[in-house]
Design a protein around this ligand. Structure first.
Ligand code: HEM
Length: 207
């Protein structure tokens, strides 16, 4: 009984630590804005840093299952929803920054379709919306058996974000190649453990 209680306390404390850790990128951006250390083009820098935070959190969300497989501790799964929601939160801020600080709010259709890399990012965000919308326990229950197949939308979303990231690069693509290698490793591990079909959104494979 005492061991179960201790385990519950550890999970709750870890969740709070993760919550504040996930807010750090936003905190650092605000600090740089207030200190004038954000650089010569604040709008561009803020948009880029929010986008990068969103992608990093998306990759961390995808890393949860491999962590469980490697460590044998299923407690990792308790952090996945929060990581996924923070990825969505930062992606939302990234798009708001793009509109507010770079392009303005007029003619949104043109803004979102003006460049192929923006279309890739916008499509990724659209795929993330149903994941965030069905993340509570109540909606999980309501969606039932369709929940897992639906949440496989995270794989095409992550690939599209990477395409978006690569496509917007101007010259040096080292960073994009590193992130691409991490994403490929996470997807390949999943294929190795559970099969290719479990990467296909809306397919009814059990894993
Ligand atoms: C409507 C959707 C989106 C729009 C309009 C958009 C817009 C942009 C813009 C304007 C940039 C900067 C490009 C440049 O430097 O010239 C950018 C970069 C980026 N975006 Fe997005 N984006 C969208 C969706 C997303 C999503 C959903 C994610 C992640 C979940 C994301 C992650 C990134 C990343 C990682 C970068 C590169 C940041 C860097 O250079 O460090 N974007 N995006």
């Amino acid at each position: 009984m005492a061991a179960i209680k201790r385990h519950a306390v550890i999970i709750i404390v870890s969740k709070w630590v993760l919550f504040f850790a996930a807010l750090l990128p936003l905190g650092f951006i605000l600090e740089d804005v207030l200190n004038g250390g954000i650089g010569p083009d604040p709008g561009q820098a803020i948009t880029e840093r929010l986008g990068l935070a969103a992608f990093q959190l998306l990759l961390l969300t995808l890393a949860i299952t491999p962590l469980r497989q490697v460590t044998g501790w299923s407690g990792w799964l308790r952090f996945r929803r929060m990581l996924g929601l923070f990825a969505f939160f930062y992606a939302g801020l990234h798009i708001l920054a793009f509109l507010q600080l770079l392009l303005g709010w007029s003619d949104l259709w043109t803004s979102f379709t003006r460049r192929p890399y923006i279309i890739a990012g916008a499509t990724a965000f659209v795929l993330m919306v149903p994941l965030a919308a069905t993340s509570t326990r109540a909606t999980m229950r309501r969606v039932g058996r369709a929940w897992k197949p639906l949440h496989r939308l995270i794989y095409p979303a992550a690939v599209l974000v990477w395409v978006h990231f690569l496509w917007q690069a101007r010259s040096d693509i080292t960073e994009m190649v590193i992130y691409g290698a991490i994403l490929s490793l996470l997807l390949l591990l999943r294929i190795y453990w559970f099969g290719l079909a479990t990467l296909i959104p809306l397919s009814r494979r059990s894993r």
